[in-house]
Design a protein around this ligand. Sequence first.
Ligand SMILES: Nc1ncnc2c1ncn2[C@@H]1O[C@H](COP(=O)(O)OP(=O)(O)OP(=O)(O)O)[C@@H](O)[C@H]1O
Ligand SMILES: [Mg+2]
Length: 262
Amino acid sequence: MATLTKDQAEDRTTVGHSARIEHVSKSFTGPAGRQLVLDDITLDVAPGEFVTLLGASGCGKSTLLNLVAGLDAPTAGTITTHGRPALMFQEHALFPWLTAGKNIELALRLRGVAKSERRTEAERLLELVRLGGSYGKRVHELSGGMRQRVALARAIAQDSQLLLMDEPFAALDAITRDVLHGELTRIWRETQLSVLFVTHNVREAVRLAERVVLLSSRPGRIAREWTVGIEHPRRIEDTAVAELSVEITEELRGEIRRHGQH
Ligand SMILES: Nc1ncnc2c1ncn2[C@@H]1O[C@H](COP(=O)(O)OP(=O)(O)OP(=O)(O)O)[C@@H](O)[C@H]1O
Ligand SMILES: [Mg+2]
């Protein structure tokens, strides 16, 4: 989404939010009865904002993201998004029988981009994620980090205003993850996408976000949120990132203790 049409640019200034989650609750019914997973969540993501959703394992982060994605419906409350969000998960979910370029072109085709323009646009997106020259590579020829870059390019190819990311870098080694944090920050700033990013890694949450939202567990409620005023470019080892991470980790520990998890 490097270039916005005039209408899209206007939308961005007139629409006050990219996602609006209002009083959302979600229950699942299983063999053990009804389980309230999310309880009265209210949260907005502003246009161009980067929000991380942080919480212990099982607190309902993925459930909330799936609701925002429209993959499931809330039990109560409403969710509105400005257009259809793009998704990126921990598993890259690329089609293994297609090349990197063709995976991206598929998203462009679904978006209605003319056939004659798809290849150039796919190559531009591969450049954006610093994979220029990998158009013809098959998925099995790419490293884990490269696959996640292609998945990111494919998500951006959807030209959504909102990008939903569920622990997309969790399976990567620390150095690759650090590089991709830098790339994601750069792309976010270049494209002015809104991002709702789920993680249980506090440092990652602080490294990336303008706002960190902490969810409690059983049921998931918004426990607290922090505005992260640290200048970009940030690094995961920056003192300011470390200090805020310590404060947030204390809160997260408190949440986990309250619910008897480890
Ligand atoms: N489709 C479903 N049916 C029944 N229970 C579900 C379903 N989806 C999630 N749950 C339950 O909801 C709770 C929250 O799950 P969720 O996957 O949202 O947690 P999470 O915060 O993403 O955890 P993690 O950090 O481990 O990914 C869990 O107890 C899970 O078992
Ligand atoms: Mg999850």
